[in-house]
Design a protein around this ligand. Sequence first.
Ligand code: F6P
Length: 335
Amino acid sequence: MTESLPAKHPNSSGIQRLAVLTSGGDAPGMNAAIRAVVRTASFEGLEVLGVRRGFSGLHRGEMKLLGPRDVANTIQRGGTILLTARSATWRTPEGRAAGARHLREQGVGGLIVIGGDGSFHGAHLLEQEHGIRVIGVPGTIDNDLYGTDHTIGYFTAVETALDAVDKLRDTGASHERIFVIEVMGRHAGHIALDVAVAGGAEEVFIPEDARPIGDVVQVVKDSVAKGKLGSIVIVAEGFPGGAQGVADAIQAGTGLETRVSILGHIQRGGTPVSSDRILASRLGEAAVYALMDGVSGVMVGRQGGNIIQTPLHETWEKRKDVNRDLYRCAKTLSV
Ligand code: F6P
């Protein structure tokens, strides 16, 4: 068998050097995305500067060249080797001007930003105010960006939360207790709905659906009447009142022994599962090709198996709805 490398991508923008950073909350698979950017660029004969500490580091000019060996042994690692931050300085015009100056001084023809909607706002402003080419890569466990079926880190976060739910179920059933489990999602219930169905929960509360917290009382009473040993209720952190509010309602309405478990940042760590690594690899590659094509101001995403591009502002202005069928499914299966 003759091995042949893929054909080189046309470099119509003439870009020679690009930069990459991770920003906002970290997500498992960010390293796989950085690796994909660096290796795609290397394959195409381009240089990559890795910016440390997101936009915080960019306004201070913290960057260094990354070659293909610098990203060896990173595809399986959680967190981000470039470090990340939420930058207050980047929200100021002066901070962004300093960042643009550093990029120009270093001969950078385009910046790839791996992060969520806050990071894309920052990238959008850099492009609007200073004409720097930017491409977004969706990296957040919340899966709350329009323009991609999934975001990098989401699949791993669901697995991590599910593993915790399975363990809490063991102890919950042994004590015949109600467990109210809070998963991450400031504004979105994607993790909560997936975990509710996969974890066999009796009830789920998400920020997209502000229904009365008291709904849970009847659900719990019914599950006791059906002879269930314990009940699992999943609450997304963005639901008003959170897990504690739901637990208080259960305690007040049923008098049953209830425990709260807030899973928190554990959901952001750990080895990325294969789906996150593959998504990150494809989107990192697509981001470099977008810059070579002269594209700017878009996020690369994957929809129905295809790589697509969405204007950055649409990723936060348009809303990706949760899969509401999962509600029904969770209910039907908890009979
Ligand atoms: O953006 C992802 C996310 O995990 C949210 O669900 C959560 O509210 C937030 O990050 C918390 O991030 P931090 O503690 O880093 O500010």
